[in-house]
Design a protein. Structure first.
Lengths: 202, 202
């Protein structure tokens, strides 16, 4: 005798939910059951998905999310003349929320990755130089990943921007806030040591 | 200067995702970012939600999920003449998957709860007696919750079914599989003691 299972559209929903990051088979089923408890729930989530997909675009200038042509940051006239270069649009708000930066951003749309066939022509590098030629930026801050591909991208951008005569900096590397020595890997420790600063000076 | 935020349709999607059980503010944002990375993702999830909402119904007989009028379990002619009464349609598959039961089911659609104004008329009790009058069930197994409201519902159903002269049983109560004594609450221990069985007999 075969054991009963949910109808196919229900199982299709579970499969779709399983694709979400951090959602395993059991929690996908729990989410689907919760959604199916009340017909209003799948409708509301489906409507939110559709309107986010149709309504949210990428800013033509910096690549962040926006409703119209340009995002709130790019049309904000009170920003400092600093340009922070990140890999993805999703990297912008974490920096924005730190409160430590009030300049503008530029999302490259990824990083150089020979293994995944991502070359310089796949990144928004032309848009970056165009902004430097047109705008009045006193400094470019590179906030890319610190792994091998991120470092290669950082080096590439540093070299590419050299002719523009703009100050180029990158994020400090060292111990994460609140982290003990036992939780830091060797490379982080090595970089924290190399970048050590005089105690008492902030 | 105001800190930038995501566009409203994006935040609406985050709010909708936060309603999902077990999804907090940070993971809702993470899910939304993942969904917005690729336009195919919100479309696929939205389509799965819509087709589950429109395609999946409750079986007219037992209340389980189904595509047509009756579910796979109710149209399965090879089931034993046992009827397992549960609170919700979602309680059926866990029992089905245990492999320890191959009868039929009846979901009440909830349980008696004076505080939430759920009375006998709100449960599928008439459908239950109709099935007993019409069908050939040798035993009714009550598999309701073991909290106060579940116990009250069990008592109510036992009394209601008394005139039908059918065997009525309920799930055993005791120690959960794999659980140590230290993890069991006092009521579970009391019920496990009261229901103790001769060692060596299975």
């Amino acid at each position: 005798m075969k054991s009963a299972d949910y109808p196919e559209p229900f199982r299709a929903l579970v499969r779709e939910l399983r694709r979400l990051p951090g959602v395993g088979p059991r929690s996908a089923e729990r989410l689907a059951l919760w959604l199916m408890e009340d017909g209003e729930r799948p409708s509301a989530l489906s409507a939110a998905l559709t309107s986010a997909r149709d309504g949210v675009r990428h800013c033509a200038e910096c690549g962040f999310f926006c409703l119209g042509e340009h995002c709130d940051i790019c049309i904000d006239g009170a920003r400092e003349p600093l340009l922070c270069v990140v890999e993805r649009a999703t990297d912008i708000l974490p920096i924005e929320r730190s409160g430590a930066f009030r300049g503008r951003y530029h999302a490259l749309g990824g990083r150089l990755s020979p293994l995944e066939h991502v070359g310089p022509e796949d990144l928004r590098l032309g848009e970056l130089t165009t902004r430097l030629e047109r705008g009045h930026f006193t400094e470019v801050i590179l906030a890319l990943s610190t792994d091998v591909e991120g470092e290669a991208t950082t080096s590439y951008v540093v070299e590419m921007l050299a002719p523009y005569g703009v100050n180029i900096s990158r994020l400090a590397q060292g111990m994460p806030a609140g982290g003990g020595l036992e939780s830091a890997d060797e490379l982080t420790l090595a970089r924290a040591l190399a970048g050590r600063r005089q105690a008492g000076v902030v």
